[in-house]
Design a protein around this ligand. Structure first.
Ligand code: TYD
Ligand code: MG
Length: 435
């Protein structure tokens, strides 16, 4: 019998002052998994382990992983149902199978269904071991028996572990199954890839609880209706976070898009107002994207601010700066902002282009088509520098742009061929130069 506090009378027999305090045993055993053991070691004596990378055969996937798969690493690939997670990892498994032992465990589809997908992808002959199983311990047994170097789990939501008796998909079950897989990866050096379904709304309760347990978290996302798919690294112990890899979905699987800047720019016939091209830097590569804004007179007391691909609060903040420091009020206007191609910008480098697009749409005056703009905007209306300014300008030059409007502090040391660079100190200055 256990009680939360001292009691005078025994609830069992009714006798007084007979109870004695004893600490309840703490459950040990099952919970204590992970990296453990050994004495403390000096940092300088720790061998720098070489991290040989295993190529997945898909350059864009290798890029987001930081150069390929790392032995003993655990990667979570999240994304909406139907976006192509199974397709991506089956393609990767088929390529990896050429010189690694690969085990693909499916808890979601039958072997026939996986076989049908393989036929579409044209990889039925790939040496990949398939297993239809949802019991983690049995999958690990098979992985041990096959000496698998790569293990794909499709999906973690369908897995159950012996050490938990809650329903598959429940948070406790997810944790236990993932813990068993992580322990296996670390102790055997097998690279484990976990697929997890994430719905846009319920993002928190699902596989996100696993984010801290795994080494790398990738999200597979797309603009609805578009054939382009982006894999984004939101966490990576072996590479740059925010790196993106771009694919397009075809009848025969996913194809890499090697030059993604080209698809995120919608080519207008003639200059159009409200559209500004900017250079963002996702992970380790600069990317040209188009920011579009539509300003319309509003009949609402609280005009609408809609931002797709940009941060909604940031847009409101920028509109306040536009009012206070450039004297342009948007109180009577709805503002709709969109980033072309389903790209999500998390960088402040898009501040200046977003506001110039607002002003361009408001006055219905297009900016030059061959111009790129980037720069952060401060609350005092100043235009602040962003990291890798010169690299961004060079990327724009590479894609045929000939004008750049950039923060003064980002001015390249040397002139860049065929690039006419205008530097600005503050927002009012930038607007005066453009309109
Ligand atoms: P799938 O990999 O099953 O998605 P997930 O595992 O993320 O749920 O892919 C589902 C979609 O991809 C499906 O709507 C069909 C489409 N698809 C293609 O367009 N071409 C292909 O070659 C394949 C295999 C799938
Ligand atoms: Mg699937």
């Amino acid at each position: 019998m256990s009680a939360p506090q001292w009691q005078g009378q025994c609830a069992g027999c009714g006798a007084w002052n007979t109870l004695e305090a004893a600490a309840a045993p703490v459950a040990v055993g099952a919970r204590q998994r992970g990296l453990s053991g050994g004495d403390a070691a000096l940092l300088s004596s720790v061998q720098e382990a070489a991290e040989p990378r295993i190529s997945t055969g898909l350059g864009e996937l290798d890029r987001v992983l930081g150069g390929g798969l790392v032995a003993g690493s655990v990667t979570l690939l999240g994304g909406d149902p139907g976006i192509g997670k199974s397709t991506l990892l089956l393609q990767a498994a088929a390529a990896l199978g050429a010189d690694q032992v690969v085990l693909y465990a499916t808890g979601e589809e039958s072997l026939q269904q996986v076989g049908m997908r393989a036929r579409r992808l044209g990889c039925t002959q790939a040496p990949v071991a398939l297993l239809a199983e949802t019991q983690v311990e049995r999958i690990l047994e098979a992985a041990r028996a096959h000496k698998a170097a790569v293990l794909v789990i499709d999906s973690i939501q369908t897995m159950r572990s012996e050490s938990s008796d809650s329903a598959p998909g429940a948070v406790a079950q997810l944790r236990e199954s993932a813990a068993a897989l992580v322990g296996f990866a670390k102790s055997t050096g097998t690279a484990v890839l976990l697929i997890g379904h994430v719905t846009k709304e319920g993002a928190i309760a699902g596989p996100r609880v696993l984010e801290h347990m795994v080494d790398t978290v990738l999200y597979f996302e797309s603009d609805s209706g578009s054939r382009y798919r982006m894999v984004r690294a939101v966490k990576n112990r072996f590479g740059a976070a925010n790196e993106i890899g771009v694919f397009s979905m075809h009848g025969s699987g996913l194809k890499e898009v090697r030059n993604p800047s080209a698809i995120f720019l919608s080519r207008h016939e003639k200059p159009s107002s409200g559209s500004v091209v900017t250079v963002i830097r996702e992970g380790t590569r600069p990317l040209l994207v188009e920011v579009q804004v539509l300003v319309d007179s509003s009949v609402l007391a609280n005009p609408r601010r809609v931002a797709v691909g940009l941060d909604h609060n940031r847009l409101s903040l920028l509109l306040a700066v536009l009012h206070r420091h450039a004297g342009i009020a948007m109180h009577a206007h709805d503002v709709f902002a969109n980033v072309v191609g389903g790209v999500r910008i998390g960088e402040t480098a898009a501040d200046l282009p977003a506001l110039l697009a607002v002003v361009s749409s408001l006055h219905d005056k297009p900016l030059p088509q061959d111009m790129v703009v980037f720069g952060e905007i401060g609350l005092a209306g100043e235009v602040r520098p962003v990291p890798y300014g010169e690299e961004r300008v060079r990327e724009a030059a590479k894609h045929g742009f000939s004008k750049a409007l950039i923060p003064a502090a980002n001015k390249p040391q040397q002139a860049i061929a065929s690039m006419d660079i205008t530097v600005v100190q503050n927002l009012a200055d930038a607007i005066a130069r453009c309109f």
